[in-house]
Design a protein around this ligand. Structure first.
Ligand SMILES: Cc1cc2nc3c(=O)[nH]c(=O)nc-3n(C[C@H](O)[C@H](O)[C@H](O)COP(=O)(O)OP(=O)(O)OC[C@H]3O[C@@H](n4cnc5c(N)ncnc54)[C@H](O)[C@@H]3O)c2cc1C
Length: 427
């Protein structure tokens, strides 16, 4: 597509905003639409981790081992409501198939490639535009309670080293030397895996920075509180978007609708292999005893991230459909873990901000990036647990595809066709 053409990006979460930015950078005009204000969906209050060296697939042998306990409701980090929307069982079966060791390794390898490209893109941007978003490069430490789990993680480190990821195995003393504030951690633990190059940052503040940069050009048109109702298609070509405010026309269209978007593509005969996996977060004022390094509690499946004056704790994986309301029980679980793990890190008695979001998860945890369904329809969605981490890399790949440029990272693994969306042949 020629520079100067117009691309409509549907969805102004972190994936839509970074896509818009990369397209504007590549010389396109962009119309950015969202049914809400930007960054009010899943990107709003995530765990803030840029897990460049820890971008692993969700379905794994470790998760499969927990399956009986999850099904019996004995794993507090997971919740499964059997009365869900149709289709989740077939998605669930595909997800479980991806948990075999070979598939997990394959999927995590693809994710590592995209995550490392994402880091390059983020750093290249920040060298030119030092945006302010509580960005810190203090690394991420995953804490293990059981020696057997840590030994398994050690084998993973060696494996991932061959893909260019950098992870270190630390015993408990080394963890404490790295982050002395972990002395407050209650409960037994044996050590951890440290990713020195992992980073943290506030996704909405970052997106606001990108939007401000785009507004300095004359190539961004923002249309918020505008729900896209339909894709108007004729002869395998999208002609316009139908919205309550009328038609929106562009030369190409990008679906960056996160866990939504299923209804929009149904008319094209497509089914998105994406299911919402709900997670919760809690944000409290941080104290001087909040660790600098971002910490993950592997057994509780929660992460603790300091964002300036705030402490964010996030976790949980609930298959409960599309309900985005925070559950008081889930928020209570996070609060309990805060008090148990890092009792001195936050002011837990002050008013708390509880939040929930829907991770758009594909069975193999690989995002869908590319063209399908029409000659001018592109996808950039399905980033699951890693949307913030993968955003810049995914946007860079998408912009190259739309612009007909050499791909900055191989698209294998992420094409809509590999995810079972129909392929369209073009000249
Ligand atoms: C608790 C939790 C913790 C997480 N922690 C991390 C982390 O530490 N690191 C990490 O990398 N990732 C993390 N994630 C995952 C990450 O937040 C998501 O992958 C990412 O936010 C997905 O971004 P998105 O832009 O695809 O979706 P969204 O942010 O949901 O954006 C999609 C947008 O599309 C809009 N939309 C949908 N349908 C329509 C329509 N028909 N018309 C117009 N607009 C529409 C929605 O309003 C929404 O704004 C976490 C997620 C959760 C829930």
């Amino acid at each position: 597509m020629d520079k100067g053409s117009t691309v409509a990006v549907i969805g102004a979460g972190i994936i839509g905003v970074t896509s818009a930015y990369m397209l504007v950078q590549a010389g396109f005009r962009v119309v950015l639409l969202d049914s809400d204000e930007p960054m009010k969906g899943t990107s709003f209050a995530n765990a803030a981790q840029l897990s460049f060296d820890n971008a692993d697939a969700m379905a794994s042998p470790a998760l499969l081992r927990k399956l009986p306990a999850i099904l019996l409701g004995r794993e507090p980090a997971f919740r499964l409501d059997w009365r869900q929307s149709p289709g989740w069982l077939s998605w669930g079966a595909r997800f479980l198939m991806q948990g075999r060791a070979g598939s997990e390794s394959h999927n995590s390898h693809y994710l590592a490639r995209l995550a490392l490209h994402s880091r390059e893109q983020l750093h290249a941007l920040l060298r030119v535009h030092p945006l302010s978003f509580h960005h810190r490069c203090t690394g991420r430490l995953q804490i293990y309670e059981r020696a057997a789990d840590l030994a398994r993680a050690a084998r993973h480190i060696e494996h991932k080293g061959r893909w260019g990821c950098r992870l270190q195995l630390l015993d408990r003393a080394a963890c404490l030397a790295l982050e002395p504030l972990l002395s407050q951690w209650r409960g037994d633990w044996v050590g951890g895996v440290y990713a020195p190059r992992d980073e943290v940052g506030d996704a909405p503040a970052f997106a606001e920075g990108l939007l401000a940069l785009m507004r300095e050009t004359d190539r961004l048109e923002e249309r918020y509180r505008t729900r896209v109702l339909r894709l108007l298609i004729r002869k395998r070509h999208i002609e316009a978007l139908a919205t309550p405010a009328g038609r929106v026309e562009a030369d190409a269209y990008v679906l960056a609708t996160g866990a939504g978007g299923q209804a929009l593509v149904r008319e094209l005969g497509l089914h998105l292999p994406i299911y919402p996996v709900k997670g919760h977060s809690l944000t409290v004022p941080a104290t001087a005893r909040a660790p600098e390094v971002s910490v993950s509690d592997v057994s509780g499946r929660v992460v603790f991230t300091r964002l300036g004056e705030r402490l964010r704790v996030a976790g949980g994986a609930d298959l409960v459909g599309f309900d985005t309301r925070p559950s008081p029980k889930r928020i209570g679980y996070l609060l309990e873990l805060c008090r148990r793990r890092l009792p001195e890190a936050g002011r837990y008695d002050e008013p708390l901000h509880g939040w929930a979001g829907l991770r758009p998860v594909t069975p193999d945890s690989l995002p869908i990036i590319g063209r399908a369904g029409a000659d001018n329809l592109y996808f950039n969605l399905g980033h699951g647990m890693l949307g913030w981490t993968l955003a810049m890399g995914s946007a860079s790949l998408l912009a190259a595809q739309i612009g007909g440029q050499p791909l900055p990272v191989a698209s294998a693994g992420f094409t809509p066709q590999e995810q079972g969306l129909n392929s369209v042949r073009f000249k």
